[in-house]
Design a protein around this ligand. Structure first.
Ligand SMILES: CSC[C@H]1O[C@@H](n2cnc3c(O)ncnc32)[C@H](O)[C@@H]1O
Ligand SMILES: [Zn+2]
Length: 430
């Protein structure tokens, strides 16, 4: 058996306690063999975790990873104008090679900030899957469908591509890649297509992921035209099952929260994107109190503007308190759980907890920094004070993706150079 030992650190356990322990990993199986004191000193490889906190790898449950190319491309606008005036025209000019370059850049950024799994909605998914295979993370990938502005043939071709991609790539990269069917939202995919698309996906056991209840501009027309709330419409369409997960859920009323809790549908909270686009404040504490599975996501780097899940935890806690008008709301252990076990459950990927037999997906956070001193409460530090740049080692599926801040699976400098070239060329074309 080929083993990896993460030695001499403090380990964050699923019950939010921290203990001095080593973590021993079976690299062949990609699972945790043991957590405890003085484990196998003869392991094939050892990562030094002295003075560090070993946490589950963070799971970014909603992202558009190749949008790193559009970071800083268009800022300071609300969602609808931002998409229509800037983002969609630029995305229309992206080649498969551009998407590969943007995805690799995003994956380096994720590895360097302790993220080991993510869910992604975009296009040119084969390129994203190839980048994920090389980078070594886990992902739930899907082709996002928009039928708005398309004729029937183009709309159906987009849906067919989403289903084909979901079939073809499920289980790729030694099982690290899973898939979903991904209608973009309840307003950008017409009802005539949604019924069949969702039914076809579910008939084949493919989950569905979509944006929902993000802005009032999106919610109000549904209410006006149908006389029902968006998530009641989603339920009618069969899109509210325990396998499905939606991004945002900002403008949800109490009845919709009950629908989510009853159905077991996951909600991915994206606080930075919601603040930057001034979309609103999701009622996260209410969702948690109702028993909804809540994960955390960055959304794309063009509306965030980074893929750092530590930032996202801090934003989620701060915004959650503001939304609830209660300083005790969305507390540190809640956001750490959302970024780990909550996200993993919402998108149904392994990981999210350090436990024997579980996936060996973890991040080692170096505590030897002024902003993490003194170590009064390490869960508090994760939620409120740590940064992605504090991550020293990242491990996914038992494989070391970053050691002492050196990314081992991708060439960081070459990835940045390719992204700069892709954007220089894109700017000439758009
Ligand atoms: C059709 S692929 C996915 C599509 O989603 C766009 N997008 C990025 N961020 C958001 C957001 O916050 N709400 C809705 N849509 C978003 C992205 O640019 C792609 O076009
Ligand atoms: Zn999104």
């Amino acid at each position: 058996m080929n083993t990896l030992r993460i030695a001499g650190g403090q380990v964050l356990r699923p019950d939010a306690t921290v203990e001095d322990a080593d973590v021993l990993v079976d690299r062949d199986e990609g699972t945790i063999l043991d957590i405890g004191a003085d484990l196998d000193a003869d392991a094939d490889e050892t990562l030094d975790a002295a003075g560090c906190l070993v946490t589950p790898g963070l799971v970014n449950a909603h992202c558009h990873v190749a949008m790193t190319l559009l970071r800083g491309y268009a800022d300071d606008k609300p969602l609808d104008a931002w998409l229509r005036e800037d983002i969609w025209p630029a995305e229309g000019a992206l080649t498969p090679e551009d998407v590969r370059a943007g995805a690799e850049l995003g994956l380096v950024e994720m590895i360097k900030s302790g993220t080991t799994g993510f869910a992604d909605m975009y296009f040119h998914v084969p390129e994203i899957a190839a980048a994920v295979e090389e980078a070594g993370l886990r992902a739930r990938l899907g082709h996002g469908v928009v039928t708005l502005g398309k004729d029937d043939a183009d709309a159906r071709a987009d849906i067919d591509e989403s289903l084909d991609v979901a079939r073809e790539f499920d289980g790729a990269a030694d099982g690290r890649i899973r898939t979903a069917a991904m209608p973009h939202s309840l307003t950008t995919v017409a009802e005539e297509y949604l019924h069949e698309f969702v039914a076809d996906a579910h008939d084949e056991g493919i989950p569905v992921h979509y944006h929902a209840n993000e802005t009032t501009d999106e919610v109000d027309p549904i209410v006006d035209e149908r006389g029902e709330r968006p998530l009641s419409y989603a339920k009618d369409l069969g899109m509210l099952t325990a396998d499905d997960f939606l991004a945002h859920g900002v403008h949800v009323d109490d009845a919709e929260i009950d629908l989510l809790a009853d159905a077991g549908t996951g909600v991915v909270h994206c606080p930075a994107s919601n603040m930057k686009l001034a979309s609103g404040m999701a009622p996260v504490q209410k969702l948690l109190d109702a028993g909804v599975t809540v994960g955390l996501g960055t959304d794309g780097a063009a509306s965030n503007n980074d893929l750092d899940m530590f930032d996202e935890m801090r934003d989620a806690a701060m915004l959650g308190k503001l939304a609830a008008e209660d300083a005790s709301a969305v507390a540190a252990p809640d956001v750490v759980r959302m970024a780990t076990a909550g996200s993993a459950a919402a998108v149904d990927l392994p990981g999210g907890a350090l436990e024997v037999g579980g996936a060996a997906d973890l991040a080692v956070v170096d505590l030897d920094a002024p902003h993490l001193t003194p170590a009064n409460d390490l869960v508090s530090h994760l939620a409120y004070a740590a940064r992605g740049s504090d991550v020293r080692h990242t491990v996914c599926d038992g494989r070391v993706l970053m050691r002492d801040r050196e990314v081992l699976t991708l060439d960081e400098d070459a990835v940045m150079a390719r992204a700069r070239e892709a954007v220089a060329s894109l700017r000439e074309r758009v």
